[in-house]
Design a protein around this ligand. Structure first.
Ligand code: SAM
Length: 264
């Protein structure tokens, strides 16, 4: 198989980029130096990969599509500072894969396969690796959700979860014509920077359970969504912030969710 007869697989979200300026803009958005371990999810034909290899100490690459092995092996042949795994990132054991590599910080870069954006980000959070920053290209609508403010319709479970761990910034929009094949929607590159000052959670699972249940039925009030919890404790906390059980999850800022979770 050569470059010309590669068949793009829609099921793997294969929309590739090749514009040099765009590639540099994405790679330069991250703080990568010779002490950085970079993880790239979905290299495709290696558009970002080469530039990352030039800048980082070591690159760990995950690609689900075995048909890309031939392109990537050829393209990366002049580098030895990488490990490539042809497997589903969602099934990867990241902690094991990074064992033994020297690094000062971890950066994750990906032009994400859009069909599993949320699962990939959850996987990164659940894996408990100490990620310093992420530069991710994703659907513009999803970027809007991650950066949403309370009281907007985009504000949801992922907004609260991600904003607990990271400061999130929208960097720039990428028009759909920049991809081959052309996707149906525009994209956006966002940067997630590990928060330096987080209010510690007494129990992460309680926090996650609380926000999941709070947003389960977005039109319902907290009183209805949070029946499984101690409502009188929740009411006391809400009261401190001039909120009540009659509010919906979309009205509740991150700090209030943290306060509730730490008192349950
Ligand atoms: N980075 C390339 C670029 O910017 O041109 C390709 C990006 S393309 C949007 C997404 C890539 O992720 C594809 O190469 C696809 O095969 C790969 N991919 C899809 N699902 C994956 C998974 N579960 N694990 C690892 N890679 C995956």
């Amino acid at each position: 198989m050569n470059s010309e007869n590669f068949k793009f697989k829609k099921k793997y979200g294969q929309n590739f980029i090749s514009d040099k300026n765009l590639i540099n803009k994405i790679v330069n958005s991250a703080n990568i130096d010779k002490s950085t371990l970079v993880i790239e999810i979905g290299p495709g034909k290696g558009a970002l990969t080469i530039e990352l290899l030039k800048k980082c100490n070591h690159l760990i690459i995950y690609e689900i599509d075995n048909d890309l092995e031939i392109f990537l092996t050829e393209k990366l042949k002049n580098f030895d500072n990488y490990d490539i795994y042809f497997k589903d990132f969602l099934k990867a054991d990241i902690k094991t894969d990074i064992k033994g590599i020297n690094y000062k910080k971890i950066v994750i870069i990906s032009n994400l396969p859009y069909y599993i954006t949320t699962q990939i980000i959850k996987k990164i959070i659940d894996s408990n690796i100490d990620v310093d920053e992420m530069v991710l290209m994703l659907q513009k609508e999803v970027a809007d959700r991650f950066c949403a403010l309370p009281k907007s319709k985009e504000y949801g479970y992922m907004t609260v979860l991600l904003n607990y761990y990271f400061d999130i910034k929208k960097l720039f929009v990428v028009k759909k014509d920049m991809f081959v094949p052309k996707p149906e929607v525009d994209s956006c590159v966002i940067k997630l920077q590990k928060k330096s000052n987080v209010t510690l959670l007494k129990n992460n699972d309680t926090f996650i359970n609380l926000i999941q249940k709070s947003f389960k039925f977005k039109r319902k009030t907290l009183r209805n969504n949070l029946r499984d919890f101690n409502l009188s404790i929740i009411e006391q906390i809400l009261c401190k912030y001039n909120l009540s059980l009659n509010n919906r999850a979309e009205d509740i800022p991150l700090n209030v969710f943290i306060d509730i979770a730490n008192n349950l």
